[in-house]
Every structure is written in C-alpha cells, then in structure tokens.
Design a protein around this ligand. Structure first.
Ligand code: GTP
Ligand code: SPV
Ligand code: MN
Length: 600
C-alpha cells in the first residue's frame, strides 16, 4: 500500500485538504485488486453495495443511490474563470475567489468520521505525454472503486505524477460528515448543497454534495472535458464529448469515425454496434470522450482517455446492444437498476417482460404500472477491456486518424436521418446549431428541446463561441484532403403515430456504410439547401421493414420547417456578442438564402 509521496505539491495539498475537511483517516490508493476487493466488502457492509448472485453475474454489485442524487446537476455546475466573459453565456459563472471562499466553508469538517482516499489517476495511457494526470481526494469508497474501473488509477499513475511534478487537483466530498456515534446511511450526500466547480486558470476541480456519476467521478466530465477543453484551447487540440469507432468495409478497407451526440443519445450504442449489413464490422475505440490532435503526419488523430464505461442501462438488450450485454456478464457495478429475486439486475428493455418479484431501483417491491423499475439514468460501470468489440489499437498513444465526424441528437422532427456538410466550415456550423431533446442524464425536464452545440453544452470549460473559433483554427491547420468529412445524423425522427421511423441500433450500420463510402469517394449524394443527402439508391435499405413513405419522411428536407428554425438560431448566435465567429453568421445567412431559393 502507498503511504505518501515524494512529490511536495501533492503531499502539501493532501495535508491542506485534510486540515480543512478533518477526515478520521487518510488512505493512499494503490489501485490493486486487493484494495478493490477490500473496498467492495466495506461497501457491502455499509449497505451501499449488494453482491449480485455469483452464479448469475460473478463479481458484480448493485447500488441504489439517494433518490435526490441520480444524475448530473447542470444548474450547480460552475466555470469559475477570472472573467465572466471567458465562461460565456452558456455556462454558470462564479467569481473564483468567492466560489473558493464559499466552498471552503462547505468543505470545512465535511469528511469528519470518514476516510479520505487519495486517488491518483491518468486520463489517457500512462506512457503517453498527451495524458492528463490528476489526483482525486474523496470521502466516498464508491467513487474510489468506480475510478479504478473508469481510469488508469493507482500506483503507476502516482509514479507518473511524481515524474511530471504536476497534476490536476480534484477535491470531492459527499458532504455528509458523521458525528461521533452517528450511524451512516447507504448513500451519503447533500443534494441541497451540491456544487461542482471548475477553476480553469489554476486547473482545479472542487465537487461537493453528490456521489453520482459525472458529479463525483472527477476524471470524466470535469477533467477530461471541462478542464481538458481549456487546456486544448491553449495548446491547439480538441477535447470532445465523442465516441470513436473503427469501421471496416467488406473490402477490408478501414476508416475511423467520431460522433458527438448529447448525453443518453446513443454514443455507447453506436460505439459497440453490430452491423446488420453483411460484411461490415464496427469496433470500439471509445464511447464518450475523445481527444484529437493534428499529428505530425498531418492527420487529425483521436485517443480515448478513459479506461471504463459508465453507460446507460435502460434500453440495453439482446436486440439493441448484444455486445454490451456480454460485457456486463461479470465484474460490473450497477447503480439504480432494478433487482431480481434471484440476485440479478434488470431494467426496461433488458427483456420484453419484467421478471416476477422485482424490486425497483430504490429497493422497493415493484408492481407493473407503477412506473419504471430501473431509474431512467441507471448505469453500469465496467472496464473497457470487457467489451468484446474493442479494436486492438484502442490504447495506441498515437491515436487513430479520423475520416468522419458525426453530429447527432434526439429530434422528433425536421432533422433528416443523415446529411453531410458541404465542407469543414459548414460542418462547424452544423455542430454549432445542434439541438436535442433533453434526457434523464441530467436533472431537470426530460424531452425539452434545447441547443446543445457539439454535445458540449454541459461540458465546455470556456466561452462556447471561442470554442467554435477554436474548431475553425484547428481545421485551418489541416490540409483540405486531411479534414474529416462532417455529418449530421438523427436516429430519433418520429412519424405521425409518434413512433420512431428508423429502427436504429444495428440498422444504423446502413448510415455508417453511406458515410464510409462518402469518405472513400464511392457514395452518391444529392445536394439540398441544408447539405448533402444520400442520392437515389445510395442508402442500402434492402431487407428493412421500412415503407417507401417512411423512408421519404426520414430523408425529407422541408424548407419551410427549416426556415422556421432560422430566427431562433439567429437569436441564439446573438447571445455570444462579438465572440461569435463571423463565419457562423455567414453560414447562417447562406443557409437562409438556399432555403428561400428552394421554397421559391
Ligand atoms: P451518455 O453516456 O449519457 O453520454 O449517453 P450515450 O450517448 O452513450 O447514449 P447510449 O448509447 O447509452 O443510449 C442512450 C439511450 O438511447 C439508450 O436507452 C439506448 O437504448 C437509446 N438508443 C441508442 N441508440 C439508439 C437508436 O439508434 N435508436 C433508438 N430509438 N434508441 C437508441
Ligand atoms: C453524460 O451525462 O454525458 C454521461 C454520464 O456520460 S455522466 O458521467 O454522469 O456525466
Ligand atoms: Mn456522456
């Protein structure tokens, strides 16, 4: 077991935080299997974990959170840059000095009666200079075991930190100190006082009050996206909320693609999709976060900085995502799913019929008709290595060269199944006007349409308009032939009966095949005012149970409906004032003109 460090900055910071938060004990985590086992046993004893049946799902656990701590809390997520303008109109800004003072008060004594764990971790392969290393100080053993799955955590990461002499400090407390003799609860937290604060200039993260997901596993959204996006802006690369896949055509030719879809809009599913189109193969590089750099060979190359998946359980079934199901067979932590009588887990979509004798995500007997048994944002935490579809090169520190970038979201109308940008600049425009119906991945309304540019609305650590400029700048450093093609997909268009028009999941491979062929020059496209759509017969639909009318509706570009979106986009762009890249207003004007011409 590690006991301390020769790294003065780390030693001092740990001592400082311990003096502030007053834990009973400090434990340095080495990331070993023994440590993981011990903490899981401790979580079982505390009632946070239940062991699942060894026969059904070996070495797996079920946790049920506090009902007020079930998702990311965007309204309490702050970017504390020195200037408010740097955070921009899409972020909650707080003055760094004031936030620090306020949080210092909250953290004072917040770990009393608990253990403070020192969790060194690396986002990205340990050997790679492109990796970012951090240390999370947390009073939650649930966070520690989750971080061991989600990141490269422990002794080797600590050595890397000692060699580099720097790290991103990530302070986390569930905010539930225990007084002497006070009994603990299964899921300690302080929902009323949640705050997830980022200090971009000093590259620090302070998270208080929540033990769930992106609020608490600070390597993921907080470091690998919000802080990393700021570092990427300064250093000339891209930190993105994107899946990364390797697509192999029947010819054996390979292309790599990334995809930015908002939370709970299909990244994990597309990352491990099994194509229905014969001869095609898709393998996973990453399912949620991707970092891209202009490499020495002139290509835009992507790595996945994560080590695990924190994926949405509901909807994961044998017909939708069989690779995920086999990956979840063992060594998985489930949070807020339902539980079966025989010591297994269940969620909506796992089987057509719920098994008898379920308990719901709050550990109460469940009756049909009483609402979902699993929380809609219930999730699995599992090592990437358990995904049977991982591409062998997924940990290559050089990254994979990207040929196509997909944007997407949930839109029941207007947006067609797929369209392609005319060029890189138009592609950046498509990313900037993305909108999607909200999901259970964040607290608040579900199904409300909102702008979510590049699927980064909750994750961009600086002014969104400056982020768009940054995308233009990165594109300008790529030779035209090395610029990835940009596409916009929508699996979620609905017919007049309110049902999804497109079967989705494995059938999405048909769209991937068209995108692939656009990249190799083989795919036919037709020009519309919004971009290029598959030409007559270019989208392989044979064998699909899809009427010609439904297909027409899926690919329809209605100029009237699109013109209807323009004023809202213009208004949205105006909120960025003079930070808005001029090119984006020009793209908007050009789109409007093309639409008016089409309407006649
Ligand atoms: P985060 O982890 O929150 O970033 O989400 P994600 O983007 O990885 O989304 P995920 O793949 O977990 O999918 C979220 C939900 O959308 C699940 O319930 C899926 O079953 C559903 N879903 C994914 N792909 C499709 C699709 O092609 N069609 C339909 N109808 N639903 C889909
Ligand atoms: C998301 O909300 O985009 C997630 C889940 O990937 S969480 O890690 O909770 O942010
Ligand atoms: Mn995500």
């Amino acid at each position: 077991m590690l006991t301390t460090t020769n790294q003065p900055a780390l030693r001092e910071w740990v001592a400082e935080v311990a003096a502030l938060t007053q834990p009973d004990r400090i434990e340095w985590c080495d990331g070993s299997a023994e440590e993981y086992e011990r903490l899981c046993r401790l979580l079982v004893a505390a009632g946070t974990f239940r062991s699942l049946s060894e026969a059904k799902r070996p070495h797996s656990y079920w946790a049920s959170s506090d009902p007020d701590d079930v998702a990311r809390v965007e309204s309490r997520t702050y970017i504390c840059s020195a200037s408010e303008e740097d955070a921009g109109p899409t972020n909650n800004w707080r003055d760094p000095g004031e936030m620090r003072a306020e949080l210092t008060r909250r953290f004072e004594g917040s770990m009393r009666g608990r253990t403070m764990y020192v969790v060194p971790f690396s986002m990205g392969p340990l050997s790679s200079p492109a990796s970012l290393v951090g240390v999370e100080l947390t009073d939650s053993p649930y966070v520690v075991v989750s971080m061991r799955i989600m990141t490269r955590m422990g002794e080797a990461a600590q050595r890397a930190i000692e060699e580099r002499g720097s790290f991103v400090p990530c302070l986390h407390s569930v905010g539930a100190p225990l007084e002497a003799g006070q009994e603990d609860v299964a899921w300690p937290c302080d929902p009323a006082q949640v705050a997830i604060a980022h200090f971009p200039e000093t590259r620090e993260i302070w998270s208080y009050g929540s033990g769930y997901g992106g609020n608490a596993l600070l390597g993921k959204k907080c470091l690998a996206l919000r802080i990393a996006s700021v570092i990427a802006r300064d250093e000339g690369w891209l930190a993105e909320h994107m899946l990364v896949i390797k697509v192999t055509a029947p010819s054996g030719e390979v292309r790599y693609m990334t995809g930015a879809f908002p939370s709970a809009c299909g990244k994990t599913n597309l990352a491990m999709v099994i194509p229905t189109l014969p001869g095609w193969k898709v393998e996973t590089i990453g399912d949620d976060i991707c970092w891209m750099r202009v490499a020495e060979d002139g290509k835009l190359r992507a790595i996945n900085p994560e080590f695990g998946f924190f994926g949405v359980a509901p909807g994961t079934g044998p017909d939708t995502n069989p690779n995920a199901l086999s990956m979840l067979d063992h060594d998985t932590i489930f949070t807020n799913t339902a539980r079966t009588e025989d010591g297994d887990v269940w969620w909506e979509g796992l089987t057509a019929e719920p098994p008898a004798g379920l308990v719901d995500w709050q550990d109460r007997p469940w009756q049909p008709g009483s609402g979902p048994a699993a929380h809609p944002n219930s999730r699995f935490t599992v090592r990437i290595s358990q995904d049977p579809a991982m591409a062998p090169e997924w940990e290559d520190p050089a990254g994979v060269p990207i040929s196509a970038i997909l944007f997407g979201g949930r839109r029941q109308s207007v947006i067609p199944l797929v369209h392609e940008a005319f060029d890189w600049e138009h592609g950046v425009f498509l990313g900037s006007i993305m909108s999607s119906e909200t999901t259970a991945a964040a607290t608040g309304a579900v199904g409300a349409l909102r702008r979510d540019p590049f699927a980064m609305l909750p994750f961009c650590g600086y002014n969104m308009a400056d982020y768009w400029s940054h995308w233009f700048d990165v594109g300008a450093r790529l030779a035209p032939e090395d610029r990835p093609r940009v596409f916009y997909v929508n699996w979620f268009r609905k017919g007049s009966d309110g049902r999804f028009l497109w079967p989705g999941f494995g059938e999405n491979s048909r769209v991937l095949a068209w995108i692939f062929e656009r990249c190799t020059g083989a795919g036919a496209a037709e020009e519309t005012p919004i971009g290029l759509v598959p030409g007559e017969g270019a989208l392989e639909v044979s064998g699909l149970d899809l009427s010609p009318e439904a297909l027409a509706e899926l690919l329809e570009v209605d100029p009237e409906a699109w013109l209807g979106e323009i004023p809202a986009i213009r208004e949205y762009f105006a909120t960025f004032g003079d930070h808005l890249p001029k090119r984006l207003s020009e793209e908007l004007g050009a789109l409007e003109q093309r639409l008016e011409k089409e309407r006649g």
